[in-house]
Design a protein around this ligand. Sequence first.
Ligand code: HEM
Length: 408
Amino acid sequence: MLEATAAVLKGLGYAATLIAAGPVLAAATLRNVPSAPNLVWSAGVALAMTAASAAWLFLLRLGGQADVVSMEAIFLSPLGVALSLQFAGGLWLAALVRGKLALPGAIMVVAAFGIVGHAPSNGSLAAALVMLHVVCVTWWFGGLCVLLLASHRRGATELGELAARFSRQAIVVVALLVAAALTLSAILANFRFDPASDYQRGLLVKSALLLGLLALASVNKLSLTPRLAVQADARSWLRRAIALEMVLFAALIGTTSWLTTYQSPHDHRAGPNAAAPIAIVDAWAPAMLGGARTGAAYMVITNNQIADDTLRSVSSPWAEQVTLHTSISDGLIARMRNLPNLPIAAGASVTLAPGSRHLMFSGLYAPFVAGDVIPLTLTFEKAGDVQAAIMVLPLGERPGDTHDHGEM
Ligand code: HEM
């Protein structure tokens, strides 16, 4: 239930981001556009409310106690910082939409995407790409909003000029959007196409929806825009085409929130990536009950190098400490022992699994909840720092189990 609520809040947050920041970003480059203060105000407040609700959900995950430890966990964890940016950015946009200072609000909102999620946990390049991607989609959506408003408020010549300006700039923005999306997808998928990965299938659905958007945008540019100044019915066709584009945007937002809540880019089924010096697959952790401060995580680590290597240390921004542990059976009692390091021979794989070697997170800022993606840095003697993302699975589930999380 918490997962489904988180997915819905995410989708609402994406929609509110596009509606609140979009017209502001579009106005910054298009100039002389009809303003939409009421729309931006409502979406900015809605964005602040979704961020506050997500923080409240986070508090529930921590056990529901509004004590100092929980407050620190909320506001000092990466998720807390991102939610604070969305909250402040939403209110900023709502308060300053009528002035000239709305743009920093839009920047705050977009910056939140570079702090938590699959992309930031893959490093700063992926974080920058996801922010660029979100700026482009937000600008595109905002441009459609102002064009729709202009189709009601502006004369034929002015509307035609605005549509032509939008089409010219959109070519650059959409090219950037696609370039960022493809590079980001390749990085997150470890440069490997895996048709069995649900995550990658989700990206294919997004690509198909984008193709639909591009087809409509081409009709707007090539057929409707040149006729706006001379034919009255071109205006109503433009409105219909924009409405259809917005429906496709809604489908893209739904797909994105499903992808980022329920799927992991690391759910490859076809084995480790032979190209990476150290390959980490099936990194997962079981969901925990609220209030817990320690948690375990598992994965398969493959050393693809021609030399032996040793895992020296592990860290994560989600916990004060991450250590290597092993469970040893002493008669009927299973004991935990700290492992100082983990040697992996050249070409060998080591499996961290329940009941044997595993990673132990202590001093967790928040318990693992299904759908969370926990960033992790594993430091090897030779391969250096290797980034990984742990997918938190519902209790009782393991990687490769059914991926149908639809029933809540
Ligand atoms: C207009 C079309 C699109 C919209 C509205 C859109 C929207 C978004 C949004 C809001 C995010 C941020 C998610 C987050 O970090 O929480 C995102 C991330 C992403 N998008 Fe798109 N997107 C579009 C097209 C595409 C296409 C065509 C692809 C790839 C083929 C793509 C690939 C990605 C990837 C890989 C991420 C990172 C997802 C993750 O963190 O797992 N997007 N998109």
